[in-house]
Design a protein around this ligand. Structure first.
Ligand SMILES: [Zn+2]
Length: 323
């Protein structure tokens, strides 16, 4: 599906088979000389075909197109090497590229998940189903690295990069102040809440995420173009809902821990999730994995706020409420 949202700015819905996200919104700006594609889809046939069909409809030639990617997740980044040509600029965030380069495989993550109570026999199954493992890009192309405040020009559009760490640590939104639009990647979504996961005891992504929501709240935006689902008219109303969601989640985690110290996997199993399964045991293993990462981001936040203590002295890390 191809829709012209504003003059020369198109939205392509790239299907994400088997994903609750349903599709990725790729935005394409057709410029007089060069065009810009924002976010790409998974590295799989269904995505490539939808992208090629959409570009054909708009009349975009990949030989004179550049690509901007909001963050490193495979549904945004995966298809980049199938689209970039010898002359394409691939714009990407500096911290995000450093993250990709320092990536040592899932080993560290598996170990950390085990320390957080994730049953080891389920770990490999979770990762086999991980979209990043199956449909990521085969290699990392040469990229033009961006930082907060950098500009990207295409046709009549003058975008400014807004660093919005949280969903990933190098996530970037594109803001067009004259047209009052923001291309939001997975920073702000509607109908679903962006997943904020933590897989390290030294990070606090939820804290960054809440600060990034605040940063974007201050921008004058008339239309937000998210990476999935519907376009957002009132970004401030949605930001208020997202902040409310996380404050409820934090309260829920605290009330769960009032029953006694627990590991993150146990906390996740007691949190409420909007997943079509009768019970935690019946959750698909990939969903348990996402849920545990999300539980850890809330636990880490509460720990740094001084409301929880973490005991990592044994093989399994336990969290308890500060009395
Ligand atoms: Zn994402």
């Amino acid at each position: 599906m191809c829709q012209e949202i504003m003059p020369a700015l198109f939205r392509l819905k790239i299907p994400l088979p088997d994903s609750p996200l349903k599709y990725l919104n790729s935005y394409v700006i057709k410029g007089p000389d060069r065009s810009l594609i924002i976010d790409t889809g998974l590295n799989r046939r269904e995505c490539l075909e939808a992208m090629q069909a959409g570009l054909r409809t708009i009349g975009i030639d990949l030989k004179v197109s550049d690509i901007f990617i909001t963050h490193l997740h495979a549904d945004h980044f995966g298809l980049v090497t199938k689209l970039a040509t010898d002359t394409s600029q691939v714009y990407f965030s500096r911290p995000e590229k450093e993250l990709m380069e320092s990536w040592e495989g899932f080993g560290t993550m598996i170990k950390y998940a085990g320390q957080n109570g994730f049953p080891e026999n389920e770990l490999q199954a979770a990762l086999d189903k991980h979209p990043g493992a199956k449909y990521g890009s085969e290699w990392i192309p040469d990229m033009t690295l961006l930082e907060d405040g950098d500009g990207i020009e295409v046709g009549d559009y003058h975008f400014k990069c807004v660093a919005t760490p949280g969903h990933t640590m190098g996530h970037i939104c594109l803001y067009e102040p004259d047209k009052e639009i923001m291309i939001a990647g997975d920073h702000i979504l509607i109908d679903i809440t962006p997943n904020i996961q933590c897989w390290s005891d030294s990070q606090n992504p939820l804290k960054h995420y809440l600060a990034s929501l605040e940063k974007v709240y201050g921008l004058k935006v008339n239309l937000t173009l998210p990476g999935h689902r519907r376009l957002i008219r009132d970004h401030r109303a949605r930001i208020k809902e997202l902040k409310h969601h996380h404050s409820e989640r934090l309260a829920e985690v605290l009330s769960i821990l009032n029953w006694g110290g627990m590991n993150a996997f146990q906390v996740a199993s007691r949190m409420t999730w909007d997943i079509d399964s009768e019970s935690w045991d019946q959750f698909p293993v990939a969903q348990k994995w996402f849920a545990t990462g999300e539980a850890i981001s809330h636990l880490r936040y509460l720990e740094e706020e001084g409301q929880l203590v973490r005991d990592a002295s044994g093989p399994i890390t336990l969290y308890a409420v500060v009395k």
